[in-house]
Write a protein that binds this ligand. Structure first.
Ligand code: BGC
Length: 609
């Protein structure tokens, strides 16, 4: 991932001259021990720690957002990490400028007296999704439908490779939440509603990190959001998960256990509360359970402004900083107010509210991962990997993932289509990369439109059909007549992310989508509905009017994968990763709760019956 040109194996004196700053401690005859890659990581960490001032240590625990910190400040405040929040990209948004931005900040970090590299974090939650041109894979809910952990591992590796060329070395993924209520706006970030699915899909961590940290395209993975984010009352994002400990442990903890077993480098704390106590100061769960009982040796990062949530009032206080750090948070994502965070934490240490052992412990964990990643030896972007971004093999992998994730829910002998069929395609999601990619794509919320290169579902249908067959399209279904063999309505949800996607009321299709389907039906041709959505929708009343139904989830940039299944080039093999409600008022509805769903967890038809 990072260029080997800047090697710390150089004699220390040379390396230091090259970077223009003396190492504060007595350099002695050879390189300072922490710069020697032949020593153990533990020895290097202890040596470095011994050379660090309190300010050096506070900086390592601080993660500003790229828009609110300059390279000069990274040097001056010894910043440990910088992030891009959803959609925060350099201008122009090209792989080259990502790499330039990363290298600029990295050079600034290395200009500090101890030359400690930064880690740069992004939400690459379905491919390196902030970057125009990256391969966008299906969101986790679709991957859960594949039941294919090896495929998911491959997606992790491809995502890491696309990140690696830009230098970005830390991924705030996977979300291993167990989504228990489809009203939750983050349902699509979940691999499924039972703990076994997210646990099984922690193979993505192996893909992201590689066999061990420090490989050529290895990035640090983050299991998030610890813990119980998918269990809040009413599916309220950042809400309260009210459960006895036994149930919290049975439903929401197992994926974290699995992630820790796979050596996940970071864990992000959830905005939510557990029985009224905000997770960001839950010392029992973070320190005793995660670090103690589960044996997590990586570092714990807060969520974005997550420490502000602790006392329920806007902004953060000195007490909230102390509470979060004492609870076991090692690095704080504090996008704008990072100077104040550093001041409060320094005060906390000086006043004895935060023991120095916590500061050292946090630094140990963070620095260990930096050494393991090889950042001290290879801090800069290795641009030789830029060519993997949106490459043909990655798009092929994504197409396969899309095909595997399709769940066939109803089929009255219409599917698979014949390549000679005269087909009419309609719907807001039929010819729209933004719609089929959902939230966390180029921007935080995602949006309709040609936001990044890819193949729409309509493109895929045109490619799958015989070149001589008629494939007509109109967005709203206007213009169809009875001469068609079949009509395909590609409809669903408009992109959203986090709490913007919480739905307290109706979970049905939009009026525009219902009208489109109505026009197709009025022509008297069989109607196949392809639902592009981040969760099950309340469609029970409409279903009898449809001849076939495919849940396509949020497939990403490779729409041909949907067409592969519609035309039988791939067999439908997806299985529901969540229970499909019969009506919105059944929420929450989950496997084994005795409620009668429209389609049970695990349901999915095939073409061979
Ligand atoms: C989300 C996290 C994300 C972070 C950084 C927060 O709003 O909850 O999942 O990693 O932002 O973008």
């Amino acid at each position: 991932m990072r260029s080997r040109l800047l090697a710390f194996g150089l004699p220390a004196a040379l390396a230091l001259v090259a970077h223009g700053g003396p190492v504060r401690a007595d350099p002695g005859p050879g390189p300072a021990p922490y710069l020697d890659p032949h020593l153990s990581v533990q020895d290097r960490v202890e040596d470095l720690l011994g050379r660090m001032s309190l300010d050096d240590k506070l900086g390592q625990m601080t993660q500003p957002e790229r828009r609110y910190v300059t390279p000069a400040e990274v040097t001056r405040y010894r910043i440990g990490s910088v992030l891009s929040s959803g959609g925060s990209a350099p201008d122009p948004n090209t792989p080259q400028s990502w790499a330039d931005m990363y290298d600029g900040l990295q050079r600034a970090a290395l200009a500090g007296p101890l030359r400690i590299p930064i880690m740069y974090g992004v939400d690459a939650v379905h491919g390196d999704n902030n970057m125009v041109g990256a391969t966008i894979f299906p969101h986790n809910i679709g991957l859960g439908a594949t039941r294919d952990p090896a495929l998911v591992r491959g997606i992790g590796a491809a995502t890491a490779a696309e990140m690696a060329g830009t230098g970005v070395d830390w991924d705030f993924a996977p979300c291993v939440c167990v989504a228990r209520n489809d009203r939750w706006g983050r349902t699509y970030e979940s691999f499924g509603e039972v703990p076994e699915l997210p646990s099984m899909m922690t193979t993505i961590i192996d893909g992201l990190q590689g066999d061990e940290l420090g490989g050529p395209t290895s990035v640090l993975a983050t299991a998030k959001h610890f813990v119980g984010d998918g269990g809040t009352e009413g599916g309220d994002d950042r809400g309260d998960t009210r459960l006895p400990e036994k149930e919290l442990r049975a439903v929401h903890l197992p994926p974290f256990r699995a992630a820790v077993k796979r050596g996940v480098g970071a864990v992000m704390v959830s905005y939510s509360s557990w029985n009224g106590l905000k997770m960001h100061h839950n010392r029992y769960l973070i320190t005793d359970v995660l670090k103690g009982e589960l044996g997590f040796t990586g570092f714990v990062v807060s969520d974005y402004n997550g420490i502000d949530e602790i006392d329920g009032r806007p902004g953060f206080t000195k007490d909230e900083v102390a509470a979060a750090i004492n609870a076991g948070i090692d690095m704080v994502m504090v996008p704008t107010e990072w100077r104040r965070f550093i001041d409060y934490l320094r005060d906390g240490v000086k006043d004895g509210d935060v023991p120095m052992s916590r500061i050292d412990g946090a630094n140990r964990r963070i620095l260990t991962k930096k050494f393991e990643l090889g950042l001290f030896e290879r801090p800069m972007a290795d641009r030789s990997h830029l060519k993997t971004i949106g490459s043909a093999p990655h798009r092929k992998l994504a197409r396969r993932a899309v095909a595997e994730s399709q769940v066939l829910l109803k089929n009255d002998d219409v599917l698979p289509l014949d390549e000679d069929d005269k087909v009419f395609v309609a719907g807001r999601s039929a010819d729209d990369i933004g719609m089929q990619s959902g939230g966390w794509t180029i921007t935080w919320q995602g949006r309709p439109g040609p936001i990044t290169p890819g193949t729409t579902i309509l493109d895929g249908i045109r490619e799958a059909a015989d070149p001589d067959a008629t494939v007509s399209y109109s967005k709203d279904g206007g213009g169809i007549d009875s001469s068609y063999d079949v009509a395909i309505a590609v409809v669903g949800e408009t992109p959203y992310a986090e709490y913007h996607g919480d739905k307290t009321g109706d979970l049905g299709l939009d009026d525009a989508d219902l009208k489109t389907i109505g026009r197709l039906r009025a022509a008297g041709v069989p109607v196949v509905v392809v639902l592009v959505s981040g969760r099950p929708l309340d469609i029970a009343a409409e279903l009898p009017k449809w001849d076939a139904l495919v849940a396509a989830w949020l497939p990403g940039t490779e729409g041909e994968g949907v067409a592969d299944v519609l035309y039988g080039d791939a067999d439908p093999r997806g299985r529901l990763p969540v229970t499909w409600m019969r009506s919105g008022d059944q929420e929450p509805i989950n496997e084994g709760d005795g409620k009668k769903p429209l389609f049970p967890f695990g349901y999915g038809l095939t073409y061979d019956g």
